[in-house]
Design a protein around this ligand. Sequence first.
Ligand code: TXA
Ligand code: MG
Length: 315
Amino acid sequence: MQTTLTDSAEVAADFLNSGGVVAFPTETVYGLGAGICHPEAIRKVFRAKGRPGDNPLIVHIYNLEQLADVAAEINGNARVLIERFFPGPLTLVLKKNPLVPDSVTAGLESVGVRCPANLVAREFLSYCSCPVAAPSANLSGLPSATSWESVYEDLNGKIDCVLRGKPSAIGLESTIVECSGSVPILLRAGAITLEQLQAVLPEIRVHVITDAEEAPKSPGLKYPHYAPKASILFCSPNESVLIEPSSAYIGLSEPPEGVSLFRICLNLEEYGRELFSFFRHCDAQGIKVIYCELPANCGLGRAIRDRLLRASGRH
Ligand code: TXA
Ligand code: MG
């Protein structure tokens, strides 16, 4: 299959509206979209990524009018979060509208819904004739793609079109909040922090993954994720570690002595934005070990920590 590169949201939406699969930029990471009214395109998304069929997709909407086509019920907690954080880097898990095909939600009774804030994403969605189901636009298990070049590297020849935009401003996937029951639950940390959520919904709980869990609340949580080919090891500021050959470092502090490649980030925002592209860069350079500074479990640090622990296989 030929993959068309375009800068035009309208051209990209034409591909989607005729049953194609289209990668597009958002403020979190690039998404790989298919119209929820095109079941064959949904199957193509799973095939192109090599994604297990039991891992549901997030549905992307342009405005609140479309929300009614996707969700069956929007309770008080959901309303509070929508009012405060839509459009933005937040996904709500709500009771599903029967119009959403089971292939999108992997047979669940709930659906993940997000309304991105990125202007190119919004222009693209405005031309799409139905809501757009989209996982992150990377091969399953690899770090999410935060630039169109990374999308192209993973998916050239497997998808119809890539809508080129800028590198993702946040660089980490959206915060996910399960909102279909009476108590909201944080399923995945992201740029909307737990503290921000607590400020409007003090009763929110944090989902804790247990190995014994038979039906995980978010099926994607059970799969290995975000992993570069290199191994991930953790180091604390000023700790002297025995450096493995061909190793790299990313974090907020000075790198350990002897690493061949490093990225010092000014703040957590930059750390989050750079993390996945640095992982990919390290793989391209044949780096074997990436030392990472593990931030404290608060604010944006919670999301970065979560991705690092998963990438290291410890979550
Ligand atoms: O920022 C993002 O969320 C990006 C952009 C493209 O929007 N998308 C993204 O999608 O990260 P993906 O497929 O890589 O991750 C979606 C996660 C998976 O872990 C999946 O299991 C979970 O959302 N999810 C989707 N629908 C769900 C549902 N109904 N209930 C629980 N978890 C759900
Ligand atoms: Mg993903």
